[in-house]
Design a protein around this ligand. Structure first.
Ligand SMILES: Cc1cc2nc3c(=O)[nH]c(=O)nc-3n(C[C@H](O)[C@H](O)[C@H](O)COP(=O)(O)OP(=O)(O)OC[C@H]3O[C@@H](n4cnc5c(N)ncnc54)[C@H](O)[C@@H]3O)c2cc1C
Length: 404
């Protein structure tokens, strides 16, 4: 009899792992997938281009309903798993559907952080996380004028730019003194802000949100800041970061810290039959929030599920980009630099280009490129490999030397 694999989470990490598994060990498992969203597997990162009107929702579906049928996968879409009995090895969804497992894959992703201010539960207050949020924002842009995005990180700026492209007047409220401080230094962020202002966005930096005001009918109408000022807002997007979605794992008494703690084989440290991949997992102290790591994790987890020996996941080097048309940036590693590091910097204010490379002991440890991210993948390779760049120093800032 075939073994039973149950997957909780029909998102990017869960389905990537399933696809990898089907490629190397088709037929090894009877696979059942539970997904809280009432959609087939879609490319979450493309929600920003959908919001900006550059793509349609049907364009971002990665596996349609037929695919699940063709692969013999039982999909329970729109059903949230609410309980897992580890002793009986059975999962149960909110509608009572049960599925037994031999192996269980947790891929529950993250939850957006919502600011706990008065009015946070009003109509018109959303995150930028899933199709439902995107639909709410597109609908709001049709019938309303003013949007406030709280959070000037990658997701906040992508949401703000998308809403502006749909005709809304958008203000970004950000606590820090400069945008994307987790990816950019102040100089690159100032250039970014200028470009976004040219696209029509407005900014309130160093500002703290105190409350959201009700229009009297249960919908948000304004954002009040700590300095007492108010911004009109028919739509408020909270983009303050994410937290691994570990509620179910905690209820299952799996060891969790920030995320569900997993080993190099992506098995939970508590129960070897149970794996965790993607944003819900914490590996060697890190819970990632990007897709590149989950692709690597999916391969290793699939390998282990396929019983093809033990691949090991050793962690990922991540980099960040911003999906806003007309803006090119890339950031990776220790882009700020500090004691014991040196910086190579190129500035071309005329063309709005800024490049900073951070070196330590003749090795590249960080990069922050704005305006021209050409050669970015070469820098990422150098970062990952950690090899000496002593012989390349003079041309390093200009990108990969031409060969031949
Ligand atoms: C708008 C946006 C843009 C992004 N852009 C980029 C980018 O440019 N580059 C990049 O690298 N990353 C980007 N990301 C991040 C990337 O999308 C995530 O890292 C990735 O989706 C994480 O995959 P995951 O499977 O861990 O979580 P998810 O894709 O969120 O999937 C988790 C799924 O599990 C479901 N679920 C949770 N609990 C249960 C339960 N109990 N029962 C059933 N189902 C459950 C959820 O509903 C969800 O569908 C972006 C994210 C967003 C929101």
């Amino acid at each position: 009899m075939r073994q039973k694999l149950v997957v909780i989470g029909n998102g990017m990490a869960g389905m990537r792992t399933v696809q990898e598994l089907l490629a190397i060990a088709p037929g090894l498992y009877d696979i059942t997938v539970f997904g809280a969203e009432p959609h087939p597997h879609y490319n979450r990162i493309l929600l920003s281009p959908v919001l900006a009107g550059e793509q349609d929702l049907q364009d971002i579906v990665l596996n349609d309903w037929d695919w699940y049928r063709e692969q013999g996968i039982t999909l329970h879409a729109g059903r949230t798993v609410v309980q897992v009995d580890r002793a009986r090895r059975v999962v149960r969804a909110d509608d009572g559907t049960e599925a037994p497992y031999d192996r269980l894959l947790l891929a529950t992703g993250s939850r957006p952080v919502m600011l706990p201010v008065p009015g946070a539960d009003l109509q018109g207050v959303v995150a930028h996380r899933d199709i439902a949020d995107t639909e709410t924002m597109i609908e709001a842009a049709r019938s309303h004028r003013h949007a406030v995005v709280i959070g000037g990180g990658v997701l906040g700026l992508e949401a703000a730019s998308g809403l502006a492209r749909r005709g809304m007047a958008v203000t970004v409220v950000h606590r820090n003194d400069w945008l994307m401080e987790r990816q950019l230094d102040a100089e690159a962020a100032a250039l970014l802000q200028q470009s976004l202002e040219v696209q029509g966005l407005q900014f309130r930096l160093g500002a703290q949100t105190e409350a959201l005001r009700d229009d009297g009918q249960g919908r948000v109408c304004a954002v009040r800041l700590a300095d007492g000022s108010e911004l009109p807002a028919d739509l408020v997007v909270m983009a303050l970061g994410i937290r691994p979605n570990i509620a179910l794992a905690q209820q299952m008494r799996l060891h969790c810290e920030r995320g569900i703690v997993v080993s190099d084989t992506l098995q939970t440290v508590t129960d070897g039959r149970i794996y965790a991949v993607g944003e819900c997992a914490q590996h060697r102290g890190v819970a990632y929030g990007l897709v590149a790591p989950l692709f690597e994790q999916g391969r290793v987890a699939a390998n282990h599920l396929a019983q093809l020996g033990i691949g090991r996941y050793v962690g990922s080097t991540v980099s960040a980009k911003l999906k806003v048309t007309g803006i090119e940036l890339l950031s990776a590693g220790d882009f700020m630099g500090g004691d014991g590091t040196e910086q190579l910097v190129l500035r071309d204010p005329q063309s709005g280009v800024y490049r900073k490379l951070v070196l330590k002991d003749e090795r590249l440890v960080g990069a922050c490129l704005y305006g021209d991210a050409e050669g970015g993948s070469w820098y990422l390779d150098l970062l990952r490999e950690g090899r000496s760049v002593a012989g390349l120093r003079e041309q390093l800032i200009f990108g990969e030397p031409a060969h031949g």
